[in-house]
Ligand binder design. Structure first.
Ligand SMILES: *Cc1c(COP(=O)(O)O)cnc(C)c1O
Length: 450
């Protein structure tokens, strides 16, 4: 006998309400050893940009936002990070310990893909699919949950598209003692039940959006009863609930500056790993772009080096042709959501009422783009390309059959652009692909190809 185990379902699943003291305990570092290759700091591109990122504006006054404007939605530490200009920001040890569960993520040379393509390029992929939920999103979810818990928030609300973000925040909430309530874009809620089940396994609550639980949702449903939803609509609902509950805050999985910051562990690790692989130079970096966070996480540390040291690594944002904010949108101030509740963000946008077709790459269905990524593209420091969904999925299958990893449908946009590029090069060069996640829970997206 190995002792007594709980025998009923209840004894496993019943959680007592979290008290402040329990929260504080759960935020203490455990003292476990973290691989030294896990970065100790996040890298802030704002320190190296030749011109500052345009500030977010108050939707009523159109003046730059003050910290008090954001306080109903975000903890003070994240509000500070949103406007921070120092180059490095220390990662709290508790967050680093959680990162250590899957970080450093692998940087892998895609030998077989190179051979299949017959390219002289040396192709590497930085694989974020090894996180517990299968994508890069926990890099910021853990940080955001940590700072919220530290400041006494007990509940986080958010929106999710394909479900990766809702699952990531539910994961982080479970580890750090926060309730998580998620509004999921209706099209994905109906088409992708596994992500919702993943959220629920972590104790999160998931509603389809638009829902009748919020004023914003009811207003949208009154006008468009059959809408398949959008991230902009779901954001309106999650923001409304957080703004009306003093113990709740809102959490965004992409777009905002502090999210880009948290993701920079990806690129910092990749630069060290390339050096270790004997590659001091990276010629071209490709990453898919929805709100911009996995791309920024991989690309910004390289871009910072370009700006500080004069290296010339090309950084390419790969967006879906069905939702082409960088390549077809306007660079102007726009709302982050449909109802116009969020601050105005200076970004490439298709308009805040743009409803993207219900393409499979749900995580890329956003009308706007990170203001930091937008600014870098507008300054000519990064490039952008739009990829057709069919080309993206075909590239995903080619990659799966060569390298053995089935990329997330979102990630296939970066893979497709990298493959197209590698087919044209005639001289050896180093290509890096941001493989933001795996496609294990998104296999139906591939079904009409297989
Ligand atoms: C959410 C998601 C994306 C898109 O979001 P970004 O902020 O642009 O990174 C890309 N890949 C995967 C696997 C995702 O889950």
């Amino acid at each position: 006998m190995f002792g007594t185990y709980p025998s009923t379902k209840e004894s496993y699943l019943t959680t007592s309400p979290v008290t402040g003291a329990e929260l504080a305990r759960s935020l203490e570092p455990l003292g476990v050893s973290v691989p030294s290759a896990v970065p100790t700091h996040w890298y802030n591109l704002a320190a190296d940009l030749p011109e500052p990122v345009p500030p977010h504006l108050h939707p009523g006054t159109r003046e730059p936002l003050g910290p008090e404007d954001l306080a109903p939605l975000f903890p003070a530490s994240l509000i500070e990070q949103e406007v921070a200009t120092e180059r490095y920001i220390e990662i709290p040890e508790t967050v680093r310990e959680i990162y250590g569960m899957w970080r450093p993520s692998p940087l892998v040379r895609a030998h077989r893909l190179e051979r299949v393509l017959g390219t002289p390029a040396r192709i590497y992929y930085k694989y974020e699919g090894v996180s517990p939920v299968g994508s890069h999103k926990p890099n910021t979810a853990v940080a955001q949950a940590y700072y919220n818990a530290l400041e006494g928030t007990t509940k986080l609300t958010t929106e999710t598209g394909a479900g990766q973000w809702g699952a990531s925040l539910s994961f982080a909430g479970a580890l750090l003692g926060l309730e998580v309530e998620v509004w999921q874009v209706r099209a994905s809620f109906d088409a992708k039940p596994y992500r919702r089940l993943q959220m629920e396994a972590y104790g999160g609550i998931c509603h389809p959006s638009p829902s009748d639980l919020t004023e914003a949702g009811r207003a949208i449903l009154a006008e468009h009863p059959d809408t398949t939803g959008s991230l902009g609509m779901a954001i309106s609902e999650a923001v409304e609930v957080a703004a009306n509950n003093p113990d709740a805050h809102y959490s965004l999985g992409s777009v905002l500056n502090h999210v880009m910051l948290h993701q920079t562990v990806i690129g910092q690790e990749a630069m060290v790993q390339l050096e270790e692989a004997g590659e001091p130079v990276a010629h071209t970096v490709f990453g898919c772009a929805g709100g911009g966070s996995n791309l920024a996480g991989l690309a910004f540390p390289f871009l910072g080096r370009n700006l500080r040291e004069g290296t010339t690594t090309r950084l390419v944002a790969c967006e879906p042709a069905a939702c082409p904010s960088l390549t077809q949108g306007e660079y102007r101030y726009d709302f982050g959501d449909v109802a116009g509740l969020t601050p105005l963000l200076k970004m490439y946008t298709l308009g805040n009422d743009f409803v993207p077709p219900a393409i499979h790459a749900g995580g890329l269905r956003y009308h706007g783009m990170s203001p930091m990524v937008s600014h870098a593209v507008a300054l000519g420091l990064m490039e952008a390309t739009a990829i057709e969904q069919d080309d993206a999925l075909a590239a995903g299958l080619l990659f799966a059959r060569a390298e053995g990893i089935i990329p997330a449908p979102e990630s296939t946009h970066g893979v497709a652009a990298a493959i197209a590029h590698a087919r044209t090069v005639t001289e050896p060069e180093v290509v890096v692909i941001g493989l933001s996640g795996n496609g294990q829970l998104d296999l139906p997206a591939y079904s009409r190809y297989v």
